[in-house]
Design a protein around this ligand. Sequence first.
Ligand code: ZN
Ligand code: ZN
Length: 257
Amino acid sequence: MLHYAVLGSGSSGNSYVFSDGTTSLLIDQGYSVVELRRRLDRFGIDLASVKAVFVTHLHPDHAKGVGTLCRKQNVAAYISARSVQEQPDQFAKLCIPEKQVATVEPFEVVSIGPFSLFCFATSHDSAGSVGWFITYEDQNLMVLTDTGLTTDEHMSLAKEAGILFLEANYDRRMLQTGPYPLYLKRRIDGSYGHLSNEQALYFLQESGFAGKHIYFIHLSDVNNDPALLEKAAHQCIQTPFTVCHKNQWYGPQPEAL
Ligand SMILES: [Zn+2]
Ligand SMILES: [Zn+2]
């Protein structure tokens, strides 16, 4: 049976786990190994079962724990080829042993145990950034985060997904009236920034997503309010959803099992 969980999401660390009990995979690893183990324990997943980590992009909240995990636990890392080629210094900082890194192109399928995965391009200010699409038996899951805009490709993939982990980073009004300096507001709001609540909900309506559950992830603690998003989502979509509060962990919801 498939187990999955949001181990944490937001600017202080991101990681998602997918496991059949024997083989576990991570998407992103923004934590120390000690903290990762603590979060996996919460879901009864053994750190030793983690075989690979799939990276969305090289920003520290997603990638800073990848190198340590690879070195300590002999885990393999999968990263988009563009991320490595176009950001050699940031990549080198992760200190992943060379033999444990595999670079992949969008839509190149990687199979590990009962899972197969491929990445697809996102639009973010980290070259080669990607989202991941995961298949386990007849279940498809999609992680779409850290993207300033959504594309037709994202929409067709979301249509195939049963469980969607979707960024809802900021409320537009809170961002505009909030404390961030103008350049940062422009960065977040721009096409290489993050998805707003409005963009995420529009995406859900436009894509025809017909899956079982949505996890809204990567909420900003300054520019978003989980209660606001929850209210707006109730008005726009019928699908059950979970608003993932900063740095909290969430397992499968009953209706999605
Ligand atoms: Zn980022
Ligand atoms: Zn991020």
